[in-house]
Design a protein around this ligand. Structure first.
Ligand code: GDP
Ligand code: MN
Length: 370
């Protein structure tokens, strides 16, 4: 799972890494208000999960609230590599004296974490690896041993940051490694890490954690919510949309899909006591998410009533332009009523979560092979 920049920054900040002052805006009005409050020039950054935003025109500057409004209007709903921009990070613009590169990732060949660092940050690191590979310092970490402050300072020394910077750079390398390790990350990256009058600041942040370890990081996952209200929606790498009521049940649904050989496209928790309308909104959300091939709706009614769920499903399917295969597991409160409503509408359902997951994966596989 990839984190939006503003969420990655929150996590980095908790680990003691400095980030620029900033706030998230969902509308031009909000962007304008933020700039008004901050009273400084800002950088307005599209929040998307695809890379190369800057080059694609997803990062712009504004000097006053009015300009922020215009820029935000332009960026919102702008598409970057097929991903629509839904929210923006409005940050204080800082004076950059120097841009560095810093990352921790997994070196698959050596099966070890690798720290990469460079005094030539801000640029495309793949390009730097081709043009000037010696500028990238690499250090493998033995995951069974502690990564120590002197080792981090040694990396800073090899980067050639200058003697007055070694301690500060070493400190931030240590902190980034700590975040990487604690969050079971695949990648933790700061590009650029910038030098300002106030010291080193992470101007950008990338964090990607293993989908397989998500169960250990429920809080992190919930922090990466795509929408502000209603429910928790997290985009994952597969093509079977998993919807459930309650975080635990949704995670179990994800595991079940994986167990049957499928890959979840979403983690979507509609919460407890979801109404007919919540179900409809949740389905609409996954219906417009392009990678989704099959929807697996997993509801164990408690406060949520099965008949409400059934009605929501029918409304969503009737109003959707896109035809999609949906597999429903529906049990719990008012299950007879709910199941009857689905039956009458000709929508099949399952009682067992396992059977439903199996069916979802089978449908997905038949779509891909045909
Ligand atoms: P990316 O293209 O998605 O990697 O976006 P980044 O967040 O890395 O920003 C791209 C570039 O915008 C950076 O390398 C900086 O040169 C510039 N930039 C970002 N934030 C600031 C800022 O606060 N002040 C200035 N002057 N430039 C910035
Ligand atoms: Mn960047």
């Amino acid at each position: 799972m990839k984190f939006y920049e503003y969420n990655a920054k929150k996590i980095f900040k908790k680990a003691g890494i400095n980030i620029p002052e900033g706030h998230v805006a969902y509308s031009p009005e909000e962007a304008m208000e933020i700039v008004n409050e901050m009273g400084s020039s800002v950088v307005i950054k599209s929040q998307v999960l695809v890379g190369g935003r800057g080059k694609a025109g997803g990062i712009k500057f504004a000097d006053d609230p009015g300009e922020a409004f215009e820029v935000a209007q332009e960026l919102l709903n702008f598409e970057i590599k097929g991903e629509k921009v839904k929210h923006l990070l409005v940050e204080q613009k800082v004076n950059i004296k120097k841009e560095y590169y810093l990352s921790v990732s997994i070196d698959r060949t050596n099966k070890k974490p690798i720290i990469m660092a460079s005094i030539e940050g801000g640029v495309d690191i793949e390009q730097l690896a081709i043009d000037d590979p010696d500028k990238i310092i690499k250090h493998h970490v033995n995951p069974l041993e502690m990564f120590l402050p002197y080792e981090a300072r040694e990396i800073a020394r090899r980067m050639d940051v200058g003697s007055n910077m070694i301690s500060a750079m070493g400190d931030i390398i240590l902190k980034l490694y700590d975040v990487f390790k604690r969050s079971d990350a695949q990648t933790a990256e700061i590009n650029p890490l910038i030098l300002t009058d106030e010291g080193l600041i992470a101007a950008d942040a990338k964090l990607e954690i293993e989908d397989d370890s998500l169960f250990r990081h429920k809080a992190l996952m919930e922090a990466n919510n795509f929408k502000k209200k209603d429910f928790a929606f997290v985009k994952l790498d597969g093509d079977i949309a998993v919807i459930g009521n309650g975080a635990g049940l949704t995670l179990t649904g994800m595991d079940m899909i994986k167990l049957k050989g499928g890959e979840p496209a979403t983690f979507l928790d509609i919460g407890g006591g979801a109404s007919e309308n919540t179900i409809k909104k949740a389905l609409n959300l996954v219906l417009i998410y392009a990678p989704v091939k099959v929807v697996f709706l997993n509801v164990l009614g408690g406060i949520t009533r099965a008949d409400d769920v059934a009605k929501g499903v029918i409304h969503a399917l009737n109003s959707s332009k896109r035809k999609i295969n949906i597999v429903i597991r529906l049990t719990g409160t008012n299950e007879e009523e709910g199941q009857k409503i689905l039956e009458d509408a000709g929508i099949p359902f399952e009682i067992s979560m396992e059977k439903a997951a199996e069916k979802a994966v089978a449908i997905r596989n038949s779509l891909v092979s045909s």
